[in-house]
Design a protein around this ligand. Sequence first.
Ligand code: SF4
Length: 437
Amino acid sequence: MAYQVYFQTLGCKVNSYETAAIGKLLAEKGFEETSDAANADVYVINTCAVTGEADRKSRQMIRRAKRIAPNAVVVAMGCHTQMCRDEEGADIVVGTDDRPSLIPLLLEKLNMRGEVSDEDLDAGTRFFEYGSVPYQENTRAVVKIEDGCNNFCTYCIIPYARGRVRSRSREAVLSEISGMAEKGYREFVVTGIHLCSFEKELGRDSIALGELLDQIAAIKGVERIRLGSLEPSCMTPELILMLKNNPAICPHFHLSLQSGSDTVLKRMNRKYDTDLFRRVVADLKSAFPNASFTTDMICGFPGETDEEHKESCAFAEEIGFTHIHVFPFSPREGTKAWDMDGQVDGNRKSVRTAELREISDRMETARAESFIGKEVEVLVERILEDGSFEGYCREYVRVIATSDEKVQPGDILTGMITSSSEFDVLGSGFSKKTVNS
Ligand code: SF4
């Protein structure tokens, strides 16, 4: 019987991608994924180190794994283990820079030495190639194009945990996407730790990302491209023009803000101020008149005063984000912000976080209402029990609608939004759109 593998993943989209990718590599070796943790032969924990809380949870999950599955080979991987290699409870520990060694180490542990190929042992690749990773009901796929970051924001452990920028080869990206488009995937989420740094190690600026996106859009069957988190400082007028001229780019941009106060941004060592952010949003709005903007923000960064928090809230409202991922600041040992003066107490952080989340909810509801009476294009992800379908429009708002035609996941339909329900929009009488060839 095939070895059973159980996965637990903490953290960001890149981590989910990497878990799915490791699952795929193991499936190629004959392993089967299981949801039965207690009886797993291999128990993989993909850890996160983005906050102190994520570190604590990662440690806890690793220690718990042996109790839950005493006979399993426990594998700990990811950002937390990159920083902390002597994790008690794990049989195999790999970080982010030695992930290629995971498969051979595991096969060796399971006495499957004969199964180790030269490819498995090729740990010297500059970007660890996982191959394609299915994501959403065979309609949407996440494609990682870059790893690492050179920015060293004062609160962030990522440059230490994942190292400097490494880009995936264009050939590998394009061949993965061609293969998935042939299988019927229509939407591709292009992601990385610092997306705009694609090919930075080759001396390129963010135009390189624009060029890659043009190459992706030219692939037969690619209908939509969504971009992962973008740094405002990379969004030059030249790149925005390239995005505008690329018909597959979805008008939804996740622009990482972190704070709407210039003095806090400075302490965070972010490479932009609110004026630059405003300019980027204005340029994107003029290129994509119905664009949606989402972001991440931190509340209670060291030294953040009530006044700075108010500035941050006011700026978030001014931009009119569709959604804000709000995080209370959590100090990470090894970063500059760990022992900065003026740490904000937990209670104040919670109050500020709740305030900003309330603003986010209000703006998200208003955004959904603004779609009433507008025509949208939906990529169907699921058929619901009552026969209606669910999917996202290009602006990344969830649409639930009906059609008189026979609809299945992967179809693209257009139609009018008639009402909204909290953050979702609803419609009826949608009809199919012909897919590009
Ligand atoms: S840009 Fe800043 S926050 Fe983002 S990964 Fe790099 S160091 Fe971390």
